[in-house]
Design a protein around this ligand. Structure first.
Ligand code: APR
Length: 307
């Protein structure tokens, strides 16, 4: 069984720990935060659910003591500032870049073989930063954005179709920003049947638009960014890695010519297994989708320049 560390015990970090523990595939989850006693408190609260929820994963809290994270198989980075209503993910770059860089250094000192999952926003740029500053092999750095955006896309599709989202398939590629993500409506399906058979072009455009601002809509409603679906997306991604499930999920990874891009981390479908992302799946995009991907990559590259 595996040891997983989650850095940042705020809304998203605690939700990651909870969903990972509930799925019972890890022996230990270390929750670490810079705020005194905060992670310890969250860990204790979660551990007090074990008798009720029946999971065996040990959740341990730590205030900035990275030795507790030693030999983690996967490290999830959620530390940083979330956006507030009206803010874009991109506005967080200055503060979160410093946090992500320091956290990466500390984690790798104690878990040199860990696979790193980046959640902090702006996620594409934070993933690129993690890759550039750590010098780790590209397969061990994975940004979680596409898995969440795709879950939101499937939700909006399922609502419009009036069917369970477990029966709907769909992927969101490109950047993890309100204007950079690309919900692939043409490839979305209900039980293998293209959704265009059930929904009009107009309805699909509406679903695409709702997906793109899915995070912002929740931020406006909650006063801070969402955590349940982000935590669930992280747990699914981490489970595919540590259980070597070889699931396909859109994730933010370093491209080396794939999709016509290099020197960038951006969302594309990948296979997730024991060694991190193991393979990039090449989609046969049409001209319009290719143009959208290029536009998205240009925006992400522009953001990376601000580092
Ligand atoms: N080391 C460890 N923890 C830190 C550090 C640091 N250097 N800096 C900040 N933190 C912690 C904070 O103390 C806080 O508990 O990170 C936690 C962030 O939690 P929240 O403020 O609740 O934010 P959350 O909603 O969890 O979002 C975290 O994920 O989705 C993204 O945009 C979001 O970048 C944000 C991140």
């Amino acid at each position: 069984m595996s040891k997983i560390s989650v850095i940042g015990a705020g809304n998203v970090g605690a939700s990651c720990a909870e969903y990972i523990a509930m799925k019972n595939f890890a022996s230990e989850v270390i929750l670490l935060d810079i705020k005194e006693n905060f992670a310890e408190g969250k860990a204790m609260d979660l551990m007090q659910t074990t008798a009720l929820n029946g999971f065996d994963t040990r959740i341990v809290g730590s205030t900035n003591d990275y030795s507790k994270t030693a030999n983690s198989e996967v490290v999830v980075i959620t530390s940083g500032v979330p956006r507030k209503p009206g803010m874009t993910r991109e506005e967080l770059i200055g503060i979160n870049a410093g946090i992500v860089k320091t956290v990466m250094e500390n984690c790798l000192q104690h878990s040199p073989n860990a696979i790193i999952v980046v959640v902090s926003n702006p996620m594409d740029t934070m993933t690129y930063l993690a890759k550039q500053t750590s010098g780790l092999p590209k397969n061990r750095i994975i940004g979680m954005g596409g898995a969440l955006d795709s879950a939101r896309f499937r939700y909006f599709l399922s609502q419009a179709l009036g069917v369970p989202s477990s029966e709907v398939d769909g992927m969101v590629i490109g950047g993890h920003g309100d204007t950079t993500m690309i919900p692939l409506t043409r490839l979305a399906s209900y039980k293998g049947v293209p959704v265009s058979q059930f929904l009009s072009a107009e309805e699909l455009e509406k679903i695409k638009a709702s997906t793109m601002v899915g995070g912002a809509t929740l931020t406006a409603m909650l006063g801070t960014s969402a955590w349940y679906a982000p935590g669930a997306a992280v747990s699914a991604l981490v489970q595919s890695i540590v259980c070597d499930q070889k699931k396909m999920m859109p994730c933010c990874v370093a491209l080396d010519g794939e999709y016509g891009q290099s020197d960038i981390c951006i969302g594309v479908p990948v296979i997730l297994g024991k060694s991190g992302w193991e393979k990039i799946v090449n989609l046969d995009l049409n001209d319009a989708e290719k143009a959208e991907f290029e536009k998205s990559a240009a925006a992400v590259r522009n953001m990376n320049a601000a580092l």
